[in-house]
Design a protein around this ligand. Structure first.
Ligand code: SF4
Ligand code: MG
Length: 327
């Protein structure tokens, strides 16, 4: 019903892999309004492609993207523009997306000016307000991007995204290039912005530990498919997919229980020509015959928790069961 749609920021349904989006398989994803979802997977798994499809930068051929309940492909004119502005992507490397010949003031004011959202005087005030909001001194507005540190440049990129008043931010590896201490500061900034502005966030990362502190829910992708999806605590405390287990093992944590199996080894197979059946079977320590031939469906394994692994269908035993035996 309408109520359910109103609570959704994004609903993405891709029925089959469209030719333009080879790295992406059938994906069904929902992000609720005000929610922070972490989208995690190794590079090449299709998570950046997914971000671009959601933002309307790539066509969702073979499926649809709904933003606030509306199919974005059907939007025209002002409605299409408003949708594009309402969803902003923040990329990994702000240096490549910030024009080096423009002052920060011009960079941040550009989109609101181009789209007629602010007069010259309003844009001036907006720049100063936004710099303050992202933790930069408004007096720095007349400097150029190279005069800032990497972390400061990422803050400028965030201010630029906020300048068009979006309600949905896609952060694509937005902090991956930063030092760990700076990463924590930028994560804190995202959390503050979420609180203050009521933003919905899709936080794309290859690093599960990065999304942990910011996400309400985590979606794990492997070679173009969603393999597990659950509330953040459930992903960390009761994972139901061996790939998620493998990602968790890569996180050094003193309080983590000893894992009952060795970390996953081996190259990531090509997303263009993925392994048959369960894409993960060549690297999975639990692979069975059925895994080579039959794709495991993404099924409900607990309330709000979905996983795509034959172990959840009553065959074999889940890694978490084995771990609790050996505790
Ligand atoms: Fe491993 Fe089979 Fe589960 Fe795939 S379906 S993750 S190969 S046990
Ligand atoms: Mg990427």
């Amino acid at each position: 019903g309408t109520d359910a749609v109103d609570r959704l920021a994004i609903r993405l349904g891709i029925a089959k892999p469209p030719p333009a989006v080879r790295a992406l398989d059938a994906v069904d994803l929902e992000v609720r309004k005000g929610e922070v979802v972490g989208l995690v997977g190794e590079s090449g798994c299709g998570k950046s492609t997914l971000g671009r499809v959601i933002a309307g930068m790539l066509p969702p051929t073979g499926g649809r993207v709904e933003h606030h309940g509306q199919d974005i492909a059907g939007l025209k004119g002002k409605a299409a523009r408003d949708m594009r502005l309402a969803t902003q992507i923040i990329f990994q490397d702000p240096m490549s997306s910030l024009n080096p010949r423009k002052r920060v003031r011009e960079i941040i004011a550009e989109a609101p000016r181009v789209h007629g959202l602010a007069s010259r005087a309003e844009a001036r005030r907006l720049v100063e307000e936004l710099l303050g909001r992202v933790g930069l001194d408004p007096a720095m507005a007349d400097r150029y991007p190279h005069q800032f540190s990497g972390g400061q440049r990422q803050r400028i990129g965030i201010a630029r995204a906020l300048a068009v008043n979006p309600d949905f931010l896609i952060c694509d590896e937005s902090i991956a290039a930063l030092d760990v201490s700076i990463q924590a500061q930028v994560i804190n900034l995202f959390m503050e912005l979420r609180q203050e502005l009521g933003l919905t966030l899709l936080f794309i990362s290859h690093d599960l530990s990065v999304v942990r502190h910011i996400s309400d829910r985590v979606v794990i992708m492997y070679l173009g498919r969603v393999v597990e999806e659950a509330a953040t605590d459930a992903i960390f405390d009761a994972p139901r997919h061996p790939y998620t287990e493998a990602l968790l093992q890569e996180i050094p944590r003193l309080d983590r229980r000893a894992r009952a199996f060795a970390p996953v080894k081996g190259e990531i197979p090509s997303p263009v020509n993925p392994p048959s059946g369960c894409h993960f079977h060549p690297r999975c320590p639990f692979a069975m015959e059925i895994c080579k031939t039959t794709r495991p469906p993404l099924i409900d394994v607990a309330a709000g928790h979905r996983a795509a692994c034959h172990l959840n269908g009553g065959m074999g035993r889940l890694p978490s069961d084995i771990a609790s035996d050996t505790r």
